[in-house]
Every structure is written in C-alpha cells, then in structure tokens.
Design a binder for this molecule. Structure first.
Ligand code: UN1
Length: 521
C-alpha cells in the first residue's frame, strides 16, 4: 500500500534506509506491507515540508475497508479482553522495547514527514517509550474501590472492564506520540484500537503500525488489536457515528472536535477531546527572567508554533514590559530557521502551504485590528527554503480582545500585552474560549499560589516557572472549555478507556432491601 517516490529511491537514500528499517517498502508493485492495514481506495501523496519532495504514495481506506476493520477488531476484542491485564502490559512493554531500538529512525521520519526538529522528533518517540513504560505499570493497577454496604453480610465494590473498540483520530503535529498515549493505555485496559491518523503524515502511522505488527507476530496475537485506516475522507465520520465504537479519542482543531463530540454524543458514545489551545504565560516582576526565557521562547517557536500547547500570548507586568520585550526581540534574532534535520536549527517549516496562508492572514488580521508588529513575520525564500513552508516567527503587540488573539493560529505568532495587577493578568489569561495550558513566571509564593488557586488559571494545565508546552506523560493531559475537556496520558486517565461496574454481593441467608424497604409476602 506504500509506493516510495522515485526521488526517495534515487537521491534520498538516507530516507529510503530509514523507511526500510521501519518496514515501509514497496512490495509487489506497491501492495501490502503488513497485516491490519486495510486500504483499497485511492492513493494519497505524502510530501515533506522540509524540502517539498514527494516521499511516498499511500493507498487509503474506503468505507468498505472500514467495515472489514470493525469486524476484525470486534473479533480481536473477544480474545484480547480475556488476556490478563499484566500480560497485556507485557505486550506493551515489548512494543516500548522495539521503539527504543528504532527511536532514531522513527524520530527522523517524524522530523522529515512532519517538519519538526530532529530533537523534537526524537522527543516524540521518547514520549511513546515513556507512555509504554507507564502503561506497563498501570496494567497491574487497574484499581476499583471497595465500600461498606449498608446491609449486613453484603460486600460492595467496583471493578473496571474493557470498553471494546477505541477509535483514535490524531493530528499531524504529533504524528506518533498522541496515538500511543491513547493506544498504550487502551491496550492494557483490554481494548482494541482503530487509528485514523492525519493524512498529512501517513508514513509515520504506517511505521508505528509495522512495529506493532512485529510484536503481534512474535506473540502470535490475532490481527485487529491495533488497526490503521489512512483516510482523508469519510471514515472518521463513520467511526463517530458507529455504535460499535464505544469511545472515540480525537485530537485536532476545535472545529473538528465539535463535529466529533456532537456525533459521538448523539449516539451516547464517549469521546476524549483534545482540541485547540490559546496558551498564555504571565510574567510578573518577580520572575527570574534569565531562567524562564528559554521556556518562553521554546514554547512560542518550538514545532514552528504547531503544538496545541504552544505559547500564543505573553501577559507581562508593565514595570518589566520594555525589558522583556527587548530580551524577546534579541532572542528571536538569534533563532535559526531551516532544515529541521540539521540540529543547529531551532525552527523548521510549517506543515504545508495552507498553514503558511493561515499564518499570513493572521498577521494581516492582527495589524488590521490595531496590533503592532515587533518582530516581523514573512515567508522565507531561496536555498534551503524551496518547500515554501518556512516562515519567520513573529511577535506582535496586541490586545487580548482582538478576534485574532482569541483564535488559535497554528503558527509561530506570539501576541504580547501588558498588565498592572495579578487579578487583571489572570483575568486576561482566562478570557479566551480555549483552556489548555498556562504558566506563571514568578519567584513570589503568593503570586504562584494565587495563579494555581480556584481563582487562578482555568486551564487543564497550570505551570509555575516552566513554559506552557512540553508536558510530561505522567500527568493527565488535556484542557477545559473549547479544548474539549478530555484527559489523556498519565494519572488516572486510563479510566476513560474502561467501563465501571458496581457490584454488590449478598453472602448472608436473607435478602435485605436497601433504603429500609420491607417487601414481605
Ligand atoms: C499536542 O500538541 O497535541 O505538552 C500535544 C506538549 C507535548 C504534547 C503536545 N507533550 O507540548
């Protein structure tokens, strides 16, 4: 189902070798590289934003393929749910081990197909390894509570059962890790997964899947525990409407999330939504600027501003506003923009030319609304920038109420604004429709605690003296308001992948009704 592009075969041998080591190679004229991959539809092309080159063509899934996948996954679930959870954990452990061995290759593919820096590509694979380790531990801890029954000789407790098929819809910006946050937990919980990745990064998905297939084969597992459907079309919608898929976990824009959430809720399915962010950092006069600046700059320009946790707004105290502004301008001057596979570069390309268009429109809009550009943006041209996707990180002075500031643009545009009191800063931070990540930079304990209190940040993530991006897998990840309310990854997020059952057992000699009801006859 993967056909490598001629240029990859001829002039880009480093990538051909990487793809080979990840099991992505042309077999029989572009047909079939593994099981659990259903694709009989059209062919889509994967271009690298790094150099604009075609990497490969990938066949996509049709609605018919979707039906087949659901059937295979349904059968696989009947087997998988009966495998003891710690044994399921052992399979996930082996998956993590394979990832360790293939970290370099997969990290490079992520970097080349998606455009994030090599360090970040490797970091993404590291998140996968970490979540696998975490899931292995959780596989021995799928705890329920026990509670005292009000009735004599009764025992009451709760237990957690697998749900069934988990549909995973992932976005281009984290082509491998976010799927694995979901899949590693779903697997240990006894669920089977159907993954619909972004069709902008299909090769990363095929690679992850090939690695799964190796583990499945070595352990004689049936096909269908992990399924992949590459589809730019209606397959995602079908999944949202399908009663046989009890949980859909979707990462993407708020616009897409609204459709997913509504469709799934309409059939009383469950969803985990991880949608847009509009993350702010408050910098108080008590901040250690030296220490916090790298976190702020990385949060704003890392992944070329294409993380849902990217820092989009800086809310700076008026007394230090000019100083911070100058420091930012000087830091932005030192940024190296270019090929993300070159470790000297800080900022790689945007995912495609549409993203470049959105970036340019947003800059125009902030100017039109009265904003002032401090560090000008623009599209880079010339040698090394042939893909047309490299843009300059931009800083604008803006007002929080500007409609463009209220909106998430997936690009490196940072809006900065002033505040007088911390109450006002927190009010600004919270006054956006999204609620994913937030930070305060301060060494003052009262300021930090106010920010973290009930009257503080309204986001799912609130940090002190670190930036808004780069959350560790051990915490629950997700946000409030238009971010969708879902939680993935660490803490007790596993509960979303299971159904809870309350059990009351009468081991006495008579049947007592609760609530004092007598029913004698
Ligand atoms: C995303 O952008 O969808 O916190 C996920 C972070 C990463 C995950 C981002 N660990 O920036």
């Amino acid at each position: 189902m993967v056909i490598l592009a001629t240029n990859i075969k001829n002039d880009y041998t480093f990538m051909e070798n990487i793809l080979k080591s990840l099991g992505i190679q042309e077999i029989n004229n572009g047909c079939s590289t593994g099981t659990n991959y259903f694709a009989s539809g059209d062919v889509i092309e994967s271009f690298s934003p790094v150099d604009g080159k075609l990497i490969a063509k990938v066949k996509v899934a049709t609605e018919n393929d979707y039906e087949k996948v659901v059937q295979v996954a349904t059968e696989a679930f009947k087997f998988w749910r009966n495998v003891p959870a710690p044994k399921r954990g052992e399979i996930v452990r082996q998956y993590g081990e394979k990832l360790r061995a293939k970290k370099n290759d997969l990290g490079k593919l992520v970097s080349y197909e998606m455009g994030k820096s090599l360090q970040e590509g490797l970091g993404e694979v590291q998140e996968m390894i970490d979540i696998c380790d975490f899931a292995v531990g959780v596989s021995r801890q799928l705890y329920g509570l026990t509670m005292h029954s009000e009735r004599e000789s009764h025992r009451m407790y709760e237990q957690w059962h697998p749900l069934g098929i988990v549909g995973i819809i992932s976005a281009f910006n984290f082509p491998v890790a976010v799927w694995n946050w979901n899949s590693a937990l779903a697997w240990i919980c006894g669920d089977v997964c159907i993954w619909k990745p972004s069709s902008k990064v299909p090769l990363c998905a095929v690679a992850c899947h090939n690695i799964w297939n190796e583990v499945a084969k070595a352990n004689n597992l049936p096909e269908g525990i992990s399924c992949l459907l590459v589809s730019p079309g209606s397959v995602g919608e079908k999944m949202c409407e399908d009663n046989r898929v009890p949980l859909v976990s979707a990462t993407g824009s708020t616009r897409v999330g609204k459709i997913v959430g509504t469709k799934v809720a309409n059939r009383f399915g469950r969803s985990i939504l991880e949608l847009g962010g509009n993350n702010a950092v408050i910098i108080t006069p008590n901040a250690d600027l030296q220490a916090c600046l790298p976190g702020i700059v990385f949060g704003s320009v890392g992944t070329a501003g294409q993380r849902c946790t990217t820092t989009r707004r800086l809310i700076i105290h008026e007394d230090i506003y000019e100083d911070v502004k100058q420091k930012l301008i000087s830091a932005y001057k030192q940024l190296r923009i270019g090929n993300p596979l070159d470790e000297n570069n800080h900022v790689g390309p945007l995912i495609d030319k549409n993203a470049v268009k959105d970036y340019l429109v947003s800059i125009e809009r902030v100017i039109a609304e009265g904003g002032k550009i401090l560090v000008p943006g623009g599209v880079l041209e010339g040698k090394g920038y042939e893909s047309g996707c490299y843009v300059k990180p931009c800083i604008a002075e803006a007002k929080n109420e500007f409609s463009i500031v209220q909106h998430e643009t997936f690009a490196p545009i940072l809006y900065i604004m002033k505040y007088k009191t911390l109450d006002e800063a927190i009010e600004l931070q919270n006054s956006v429709p999204q609620g994913l990540s937030s930070s305060i930079m301060t060494l003052n304990m009262r300021e930090a605690e106010q920010f973290l209190s009930t009257n503080g940040s309204d986001c799912g993530i609130a940090n002190v003296n670190i930036g808004t991006s780069g959350a560790e897998i051990g915490g629950a990840f997700g946000g409030e308001k238009e971010t969708g309310g879902g939680r993935e990854s660490g803490s007790d997020s596993w509960k979303a992948y299971m159904r809870r059952q309350t059990n009351t057992i009468n081991y006495g000699t008579k049947l007592t009704l609760s609530q004092g009801i007598k029913f004698d006859f």
